[in-house]
Ligand binder design. Structure first.
Ligand code: ZN
Length: 142
């Protein structure tokens, strides 16, 4: 397996309006891209970052949330109720991890990665908010 040429990993939301390659000017082979609903530093995202760094040599990660994220539009209770009513599904055991403020959630994800103890101090983690309307990347303080 070849290390990514630009030695970084991107953790971002699965939102279809975000094309990480276009937004960040990436070419094939440049970076690892890890995606999930909300771009959260879940256990599984951290698992991928550990592999990205320790096996494949990335030296930093960019956590990128975005404006108008769908994860800001529902609560756990609302989504569970919707799925129960419309689909007859019991999702009471699932935490969908919605959030009210994307920038705060990006900052929390950056801290969660840093504090995981699974990546060295030298592994830089940066947070950004991607503005879907303009394509601007705004740094987020962790
Ligand atoms: Zn989103």
């Amino acid at each position: 397996a070849l290390p990514p040429a630009r030695r970084f990993a991107v953790l971002t939301c699965m939102d279809a309006r975000i094309d990480p390659a276009r937004a960040l000017g990436l070419e094939e082979g440049d970076a690892h891209v890890i995606r999930n609903a909300g771009g959260l530093a879940s256990d599984d995202a951290i698992r991928s970052l550990v592999i990205s760094h320790h096996l494949l040599g990335t030296q930093e990660a960019f956590v990128i949330g975005h404006t108008n994220c769908g994860m800001e539009t529902f609560s756990n209770d609302e989504l569970r109720e919707t799925l129960r009513e419309r689909q007859g599904l019991d999702t009471s055991h699932l935490d969908f991890q919605p959030f009210p403020d994307c920038s705060e959630r990006v900052a929390a994800s950056v801290r969660r990665i840093r504090e995981s103890g699974l990546l060295p101090e030298s592994f830089d983690v940066h947070g950004f908010l991607y503005h879907v309307e303009t394509g601007r990347l705004e740094p987020v303080d962790a």
